[in-house]
Structures are given as C-alpha cells and as structure tokens.
Design a protein around this ligand. Structure first.
Ligand SMILES: [Zn+2]
Ligand SMILES: [Zn+2]
Ligand SMILES: [Zn+2]
Length: 251
C-alpha cells in the first residue's frame, strides 16, 4: 500500500483525487470498506491519499489481518469497481454535499457498555486496581496475532500513537503500565488508542493476549507474553522483521 501511494505520487496524481481514493477503497475486504466509508464521511473534503493509506494501515494492523491483503491494492481500471463502490460513493458524496456525518447501518456498534465492565479489575501481577475493561475476555490468547506482537528489528512505516516511536502500537516497547498511563495522559482510547473516550469507541479490536476490551499494549499480561519463554507452543513462529520493508529490500 505504501508502494501504491508512492506510485500515485510519482504519477503526479493530486492527493485529493477522490476517484482514485474510491478505487483503492473498493479493493479492500468488506469489513474494512464499511469502516472506511465512515471515515471518508467523517473526513469529507479533507481526505487525502496519505490519510487514507494511514487509515487502511491502522485498520489492517488493528484487525491483524495479513499484510498481503494489501498486495491486491492497485489503482487500476475503474471498471473493476465492485458493488461496494456504490455504498462508499453515495456516503462520500452525501457528506460532501451536506457536510454532515450520516449515521446508521454502516457504523459498528459501540464497543463499551458500562453494565458489562462495572467492576474494577485487580491486576494480579502489579496488584494495581484497573478499570473493569482490563479484565481478560472469554476467548483467551489470539494465536494469529501473537507472532506479530513483538518489537520488530526494523522501523515500521507507522507512528505509535502512544510513544510516537516508529511502530504499530501493538509492538510498542513501553511496559504495559507505562503504555496505559501515557495513553491516558494523551487522552487516547484504551482500546484503539485513538483520541476519544472508550464510551465512544466502535473498534472491533480485542486484546491479543487475553481477548479483553483493551489495547494489547496496555494489557496486564503483556510482560508475561513478551517473555519468549512463555511463547505459546502452538503459535506460528515469531515475526521479527516488518514485511513491507523486507519485500522492498528483496527487489
Ligand atoms: Zn510505542
Ligand atoms: Zn477507541
Ligand atoms: Zn489483555
């Protein structure tokens, strides 16, 4: 996707060329497209390629979907546009015309419900009392994500929302408690680390270590799983190099 973006720039395509943005959007998996449609509506005329690509990157990382999905991204023939193009197009144009954010069917449900996370959670390791959403979820460790939860040996094309380092926040080098504190100080959501309160969050993301309703970076179990001695035997091998970069080096 970074390659796609630089190709667009090389061609001198204006950053705000909405047609290309919509073309790119239409090549994504439906679940991302739905969120992207919301995002396009939110951004209105201020959308740029850079913003869109950043958003897509974040979303893919958040979902921990394979980066290879992005290999299918290319600003090719508009006649390849699928049905979902229509939905995004309509939402986007409606937003441009009215300057409003349409609400409804395409929005994900709110992630947090006060009734479900009423009780506080005592972190058994640090003995610190944390908000209830730091309790583990029901499904336990996510073996698909855990291989990519370790800091990479190379820089990533992301900026960590929490510590501003060159990595996805999933791979942040901060301790879980430092991550929680810093996110809080910056007014970031403890689930998706964007700038809003958790009660407004619509992220489908869950912690990769414990399936709880919080970002893996702040999970009380982070230190346990960062210790390679505790790496789950049934998980795929650890990823130690950011792949987009690795591919570029090969070519
Ligand atoms: Zn970080
Ligand atoms: Zn959030
Ligand atoms: Zn957790």
């Amino acid at each position: 996707h970074m390659v796609t973006l630089s190709r667009l720039r090389d061609k001198g395509v204006p950053e705000t060329d909405e047609h290309i943005i919509l073309t790119i959007s239409s090549k994504l998996p439906p679940i991302i497209r739905r969120e992207l449609a919301d995002y396009l509506v939110e951004q209105g005329e201020s959308i740029t390629h850079a913003k869109l690509v950043k958003k897509i990157s974040e979303r893919i990382e958040t979902m921990e979907m394979d980066v290879t999905l992005l290999e299918h991204l290319s600003p090719q023939a508009p006649n390849e546009l699928s049905d979902s193009y229509g939905a995004i197009h309509v939402a986007y144009n409606a937003a441009l015309k009215t300057g409003h954010k349409p609400r409804g069917a395409m929005r994900s449900p709110l992630a947090y419900s006060h009734d479900l996370y009423r009780t506080e959670f005592m972190d058994p390791i640090t003995k610190v009392t944390l908000p209830g959403y730091y309790a583990p979820g029901k499904q336990g460790i996510n073996l698909r994500v855990i291989p990519r939860s370790f800091p990479m040996r190379n820089e990533e094309p992301y900026k960590c929302e929490v510590c501003a380092g060159a990595h996805n926040a999933l791979r942040c080098g901060l301790s879980s408690s430092a991550f929680r504190d810093k996110a809080k100080d910056k007014g970031l959501c403890p689930l998706c680390v964007r700038k809003h309160h958790i009660t407004e969050c619509r992220s489908r993301f869950r912690c990769c270590y414990c399936n709880g309703l919080h970002h893996s970076g702040g999970c009380p179990l982070k230190e346990f799983y960062r210790d390679v001695k505790n790496y789950p035997k049934d998980a795929p091998p650890r990823v130690t190099f950011f792949r987009a970069q690795a591919k570029q080096n090969e070519h």
